[in-house]
Design a protein around this ligand. Structure first.
Ligand SMILES: Nc1ncnc2c1ncn2[C@@H]1O[C@H](COP(=O)(O)OP(=O)(O)OP(=O)(O)O)[C@@H](O)[C@H]1O
Ligand SMILES: [Mg+2]
Length: 227
């Protein structure tokens, strides 16, 4: 599903953001990337997403060798993933519902079905009453909920989250994690970066610990280990 071998990323020559990272994540796993600020978590997610190219090493994601993809194929790769991050770009002139539904429509789902899925997700996140509001009229946390719904509307087989619950109150953070966990139960592979050790430890999932751009603890598949 995901295989990183000898992956390094140098934004500048002095200090690598990632240094010789080797990491395998199986289909259907739920993995937290944990570690202090600056450890390289976001960089690692961006490499999986195809937004940043590794300086060295092999990057296989969903059977695709990201180093060899054309920019067009890389764009298709990105559309197939569910990305929950803080730099979400909602379209300010479209309603919350349409922002979410559009992500489904562009993949060929009918307008009616797209809107049905979008409405259901917004409802699950407690934003049903505001589905016709446009992003500028929403609070930061509400906009984040729209972005979460948009990331999940196509039932992606790989969900990448970068601090997906930061800035959210406890109830909304729980609703977000529940939606991601439900997607995982339906078979999605999930990789979530967080510096929040409490979030990473909360449900007994595998925790990969990064420090100074290196994997210092690859974590175990805890559920299976317990069997
Ligand atoms: N675009 C960039 N240009 C130069 N350096 C960068 C860039 N992005 C990240 N870095 C550096 O790479 C290192 C890893 O950053 P990264 O954002 O991956 O860390 P992180 O683990 O996600 O941290 P945080 O918990 O604060 O989000 C840091 O030292 C950072 O300063
Ligand atoms: Mg980060």
């Amino acid at each position: 599903m995901i295989r990183l071998a000898g992956v390094s990323k140098l934004y500048s020559p002095e200090s690598p953001a990632l240094a010789d990272v080797n990491l395998d994540i199986d289909r259907g796993e739920f993995v937290f990337l944990n570690g202090p600020t600056g450890a390289g978590k976001t960089t690692l997610l961006k490499i999986l997403f195809g937004g940043v190219r590794a300086s060295a090493g092999d990057v296989l994601v969903l059977g695709r060798d990201l180093r060899r993809l054309s920019s067009r194929a890389l764009a298709a790769h990105r559309r197939a993933l569910g990305l929950v991050c803080q730099e979400f770009k909602l379209l300010p002139s479209m309603t919350a519902l349409d922002n979410v539904a559009l992500a489904a429509e562009v993949t060929g789902v009918s307008a009616r079905e797209s809107r049905r899925r979008a409405a259901a997700l917004l409802e699950d996140l407690g934003l049903g009453a505001k589905r016709h509001a446009k992003p500028p009229m929403l609070s930061a946390g509400e906009r984040q909920k729209v972005a979460v719904a948009r990331a999940l509307v196509n039932d992606p087989s790989l969900i990448l989250g970068d601090e997906p619950t930061e800035n959210l109150d406890a109830a909304t953070a729980d609703a977000t994690m529940s939606l991601i966990e439900r997607a995982h139960e339906r078979g999605a592979t999930v990789v979530i970066a967080t510096h929040d050790a409490a979030l990473a430890g909360r449900s007994g999932q595998r925790v990969v610990l990064l420090e100074h751009g290196r994997v210092v603890e690859p974590g175990a598949r805890l559920r299976e280990a317990a069997l």
